[in-house]
Design a protein around this ligand. Structure first.
Ligand SMILES: Cc1cc2nc3c(=O)[nH]c(=O)nc-3n(C[C@H](O)[C@H](O)[C@H](O)COP(=O)(O)OP(=O)(O)OC[C@H]3O[C@@H](n4cnc5c(N)ncnc54)[C@H](O)[C@@H]3O)c2cc1C
Length: 73
């Protein structure tokens, strides 16, 4: 579970080549394909392409941003 009950996906702040995809908060099976697809592009090309998952960055909490999701199990 993350503080806003949404996944944390993306580059780990403060590290050059460390990436994360976790804290799916009860929706990780449903979101696994999208998370993998988005993270592959970020790792290989340095940016999101097909899916922009930047809203799910772990840095959002420090920036005071949260992601609301009504479908929470
Ligand atoms: C009761 C329940 C119901 C759920 N229902 C749904 C649902 O209906 N729909 C849905 O989409 N999602 C559901 N989820 C959520 C979904 O199961 C998870 O979001 C998903 O499994 C997360 O996948 P993951 O690969 O990120 O992590 P995990 O499946 O937790 O895999 C992490 C793996 O890393 C291993 N590991 C941990 N630490 C280490 C270490 N230090 N070294 C080596 N290995 C380590 C663990 O043993 C584990 O095998 C549910 C979860 C629960 C608990």
């Amino acid at each position: 579970m993350s503080p806003d009950k949404s996944a944390i996906v993306g580059a780990v702040p403060g590290f050059k080549s460390v990436f994360e995809a976790h804290s799916f908060s009860g929706r990780g099976a449903m979101q696994s394909y999208g998370a993998g697809l988005g993270l592959c592009a970020l790792i290989l090309k340095g940016r999101f392409e097909t899916l922009d998952l930047s809203a799910l960055s772990g840095s959002r909490f420090a920036e005071g941003k949260t992601v609301s999701e009504a479908l929470v199990i």
